[in-house]
Design a protein around this ligand. Structure first.
Ligand code: AP5
Length: 219
């Protein structure tokens, strides 16, 4: 299956991508994760991206398209993947379609997690991530076994710089500007399914499963 997950910051895209990936053995690609890794390693791309990310702005299309396409090619995953956080602009969507043409495997489904600002803000303010492997937690909704430590690698959990309230406000603003054209783009292809992103993660996943079955994407 080739899926795109859309929704505001805090909609649970990363969380659902992880669950879908585990259940259906599909590769999960998050441009946010790829960019954070580049920042951590202080690569050329990381240095360019860092300032945009800190401000809650989108990283320029050329940078993100390149990093995503390289990943798809590097891991040879053009057949089956979940894209989380990409595309963010119509330009990125067009760039992706062009590239997928060369694989002959277009996007099959776009899951749109419609989520309220209140829920998104509550989730982001409590999110903690592993400083080493990037695993995702929440101080109330998804607690680690040992407070402040990653279940997977025992490293320290930290708050993302862009989860601070003033940056979250800006990220939501940027999202609201971009989402309509993007939904129009994929609605024209009849591949969008909307879900209520405000529900518990397990309930959201039940909905996801139903949609995947309805669309014959569970193989
Ligand atoms: P990115 O990392 O993609 O962030 P985002 O899209 O803002 O999404 P988030 O990761 O904040 O939220 P999510 O929907 O994945 O929620 P999650 O599952 O973690 O991008 C970061 C930055 O990188 C951007 O601002 C931009 O600068 C740059 N960037 C990335 N991609 C780009 C692109 N394509 N173009 C340009 N720039 C780009 O859940 C959040 C919390 O809630 C967690 O703690 C989780 O445990 C909890 N939770 C999740 N689901 C539920 C639920 N159903 N119920 C209760 N709790 C839940």
């Amino acid at each position: 299956m080739r899926l795109i997950l859309l929704g505001p910051p805090g909609a649970g895209k990363g969380t659902q991508a992880e669950i879908i990936s585990e259940n259906f053995k599909v590769f999960h690609v998050s441009t946010g994760q790829l960019l954070r890794e580049a920042v951590r390693k202080s690569t050329k791309i990381g240095k360019e991206a860092e300032n945009y990310m800190k401000r809650g702005e989108l990283v320029p299309d050329e940078i993100v398209i390149n990093i995503l396409i390289s990943k798809l090619k590097e891991d040879n995953i053009g057949q089956n993947f979940i894209l989380d956080g990409f595309p963010r602009t119509e330009n990125q969507a067009i760039g992706l379609d062009k590239e997928l043409k060369s694989f002959g495997k277009p996007i099959e489904l776009v899951l749109y997690f419609n989520t309220s600002d209140e829920v998104a803000i509550q989730r982001l303010s409590g999110r903690r991530i592993c400083s080493k492997c990037g695993a995702n937690y929440h101080i109330v909704n998804r607690k680690p076994r040992i407070e402040g430590k990653c279940d997977k690698c025992n490293s320290d959990l930290i708050q993302r710089d862009d989860d601070k309230p003033e940056v979250v406000k800006q990220r939501l603003k940027v999202y609201k500007k971009q989402i309509e054209p993007l939904l129009d783009y994929y609605n024209n292809k009849n591949i969008v399914e909307e879900l209520d992103g405000n529900k518990k993660a397990s309930k959201v996943f039940l909905e996801v499963e139903k949609i995947l079955e309805k669309r014959n994407l569970v193989r």
